[in-house]
Structure formats: structure tokens, C-alpha cells
Design a protein around this ligand. Sequence first.
Ligand code: TEU
Ligand code: CA
Length: 554
Amino acid sequence: MQKRWWQSSVVYQIYPRSFQDSNGDGIGDLKGITSRLPYIKELGADVIWLSPVYQSPNDDNGYDISDYRAIMKEFGTMADFDELLSQAHRLGLKIVMDLVVNHTSDEHRWFAESRKSKDNPYRDYYIWREGKDGGAPNNWGSCFGGSAWQKDEATGMYYLHLFSRKQPDLNWDNPVVRDEVFDMMDWWLQKGIDGFRMDVISLISKPDGLPDGEAGPTGYASFLLNANGPHEHEYLREMNRRVLSKYDLLTVGECAGVTLEETKSYANLDGSELSMVFQFEHMDADADPVLGRYAKQCKDIPKLKAILSRWQKGLDGIAWNSLYWDNHDQPRVVSRYGDDSDEYRERSAKMLATCLHMMQGTPYIYQGEELGMTNFPWQSISQMNDIESLGNYRDMLKKGLIDEQEGLVMLRARSRDNARTPMQWDAGENAGFTTGTPWLPVNPNHETINAEEQRSRADSVFHYYQKLIALRKQMDVIVYGHYELLLPEDPDLFVYTREWKGERLLVVCNFSGKEVPFERPQAFRDARRLIANYEEESPEGVVRPWEAYVLHQQ
Ligand code: TEU
Ligand code: CA
């Protein structure tokens, strides 16, 4: 198998709005990111994924782009971007940009033209349909609540928006749209960026005839109808042929609704489409089957183990996995699957990191995950910003699926805002994120959870991530080893092995705060400890609360 650089890389995701403010306006920016590159270098990550920095009215915090070749004013200038890119490359860090081309902002000039008239040259850049029975063309719901269709007064027709009404979907069936997108991608690649994370790329080919979907109680269900459409792989292979194949890139497709089988095409090691995908099955493992992700948590460790194991074994030797718990859309994993109390927060954060980073695939670290940052203690919905959380809250309230108190409990656990509170750099004012008023409140626990404190303490979560990253750089068995799950039915222990050319690892993770019985397999009786989140060796026959360790057998 030909080895690719991104198979042994570790990616650090930055949400620019919340990473580092440099001019005191309370909003993160490019100069702030540049000032923090040495921190990322020290952690050991070698690729940075930048969430969108393009011109945007920020209806969805930059995932609604009004000019793909300009930098959002709040983030700085194109000169600031060029400086960030050259500083990153000087430090040996690669930059992967966020490509958002399933939709644009409604303030993009293409849409401003398209909505003017039915015969405008840009009309077919977007998806317009006549209404049906006095309403929307079909029953699709937006991922952000409400209908996926917006009636436009100028022509009396409806346009499709799987996300907010300010994010009209592009019509990928129009070859001119594909030309425009590929041209823009090449423009960025010519500047020297190192790849793309492709936003909801699994939704670009809509189902023929746009048929009604399963009218699930929330929009999320019908929006997923669009995943892996009839021309999906045709368009990605065209993108690969015309653009990607001319460079040596990391490309990761964010693929809502993608299956393991489909991923063997999306992320095939033959390089015909993308390097890898973000799949969502493990992210939906604790979602309510009816109310979706914005519902009471239904944590089920055997289910989580089965899903991740299926992907580990299913892609081995055929395609490539991404590995992630956190990103800007997910609640903080230490609050979701760990224990964010003072007693066990660091221990469980290290356990979760061990579980993920010892798997086959490219690991992604979301800003603050390396510190064990937690969800925010929201007191009221009015503190929140996220269009998806608030849209689903209003939708479910209106449909009588929840009451206000249930809604607050739900959003406190699941809102995307949990990932978007400012990065916690130090114990000082606003955690060192800004000298101004932060656009979203800083977590009060920054006084104890912050980068400065952890960089100075050898047994911190930060230094534990540093060790995991260093091990990946040294050991092929971590990068390429074959995966086997042990104890599939155990409700608390996640135990698996990796094997590569005679080297073997045993990875033991306790997803509970209990002491759990465990007999070490004979084959690892005299193996050495590679990394562990308890100083002392494990007592015989048990695994301690939130314990993680890895044994290495040459
Ligand atoms: O997210 C796509 C997507 O599937 C989201 O609906 C995600 O699954 C959900 O937020 C999880 O609750 C991408 C971006 O990551 C997200 O920030 C944008 O809001 C969305 O696309 C539209 O661009
Ligand atoms: Ca700023």
C-alpha cells in the first residue's frame, strides 16, 4: 500500500471566531491565529484545518459565504491570510481550508443575480421550483428547523436551502456551477494551501425529482434524504480529475449520512476521490432515534464500540478513516462521554484521547480538546448564538415535542455553542482570548482549565496529547495496524488490539467511573506499557475508574 503523508498526520481544527482575538473587538482573527502557531507546533500537530475565513454575513458563522476570494472583514485581510500561510509553512505546519460549496450565502452576487428573474443567466446556479398545493415544492425540512424551501417574492418561486434560508443550495447538476467551484478551488491551491475540508459534500447531488421524504418530526431526517445522491461520485471524480489530482493534498469530505459502503468510494486509497471522510454514525450513537441529536442523551458504549469497530475493520486496506470526537458542531466530548467533574475530568479526557488516537486513521483535535475543555454552564437560551440549536429549539417547542425547561436541558448538553466558547489560554481576564468583550461568554472554569497552566504541568491533558501524537509519528503499528475489538458486550470497557508486521498493541479504556473486572489477555502478559493515564501500574484483574493504558508487544 502506498503510504501518504496525511495517513500519519494529526490535524488541529481552529474555529477562527473563538481562537485568539488580536485587536480587542472580542472576535478571533487571522493575526491571532498566527500568534498562536508556536503553540500548535509545540503540541505536535502538523496540519491545521481552518473553519471558514471567507467574506460572510455570519448567518451561520462563516458557513454562508458571500465571496470565496475575499477574507471576512472581522478576521482581517488577504495579506493577513498570506502571512498566516507563510508562517505556518515556515514552522512545518500545513493549512487545510474549509470548502463550503453545497451552498453560498444569499448575499453572494450569484444569488443576487439568480433571484432577479426566471431567465437570469445565473438562475440555474441555484435550485428553484414552483410551489405545490399552495405551499413548498416538497416536505423537506431544514437542518436548522422549519422548511427547506423559501418563497422568493420577485418571481413567486421557491429556492432550496437545506440549512438556513440565507444559505441557498447551489445546483451542482449545472456544469457552469462546477466550473466556477473548480476554478475557485484552483485559485486557493495556487496560493499554496495544503488541502480542503469539504462542508456537507455528501449533499451536493440531489435525488432526481426532489421527492417527498419521510416526514420525520424534525427537519434533520428529511435533509438526510439528500446524502450520497445519484451523481455524487461522478462530481467528486470530476473534481479530483480537474483539480485535486494536480496537487498533493489532504482532502476530507464532511459526509452527513454517509455509509461504510459509500465511503469505500469517497475515501478509496486509489486516490480517485478524497483522502478521507468525516462519518457521523458514532456521533449519532447517543442521539434519540425519533428526536435526533437534539434530545436526551442515550449513551450506549457497546453501540459506540460496534460502530467504531465496523468502520475500523470495514475500511482497513480499502479506504482511510478520519478519527474525531470533537469539532465546532459537537458538544465537548469530556462532558458527553467522559466525566467533567473536577475529580475525573483530566483522567477521562486522557482516556477518550487514548481510545481515539490508538485507532487506524487520521486523528483530528478540536481547539481546546487537548486541554480537556468542557461544555459551558448555560443558564438561559438567551446566552446562545447557534442558528442550528436555536432553530431546532424553536421548531421542537412549536411542535410540542419539548417544553422550555426540557429545551434548556437539551441545549445545555447538545448545543454547538458548547464548542464555540473562546479558547482558554490562561487564568486571566477572558482567558487571554480577548482584551475586549468576547462575542460568546468565556467558560468560568478557564481559571483552572487553560493552556498556560497545562503547558507548565507534566501530567496535564496537553502533555498527554503531545505523547499520543509523538507515538503516532514513531510507530507504524499505530498508523497502519489491523484492528480487532475484544469484549464487544462489556458495557463499560472499550478494549481492542492493533497488529502490524508482528507488533501488537492492547488498548484498554474504561468508559465509566467504576472499577471494572478485567483479565489481561495471555499474549500481553509480559508486554510493556506504552502510555497510561494512571501513574501506577494497574492492579491485577481490574481496570480503575476512567483508566486507559496501552500495552506494546514486539
Ligand atoms: O455541518 C453539516 C452538518 O451535517 C451539520 O448539520 C452537523 O451535522 C450538525 O451541525 C451536527 O449537529 C456543516 C458545518 O460543519 C456546520 O457548522 C454548518 O452549520 C453546516 O454544514 C452548514 O454549512
Ligand atoms: Ca479580532
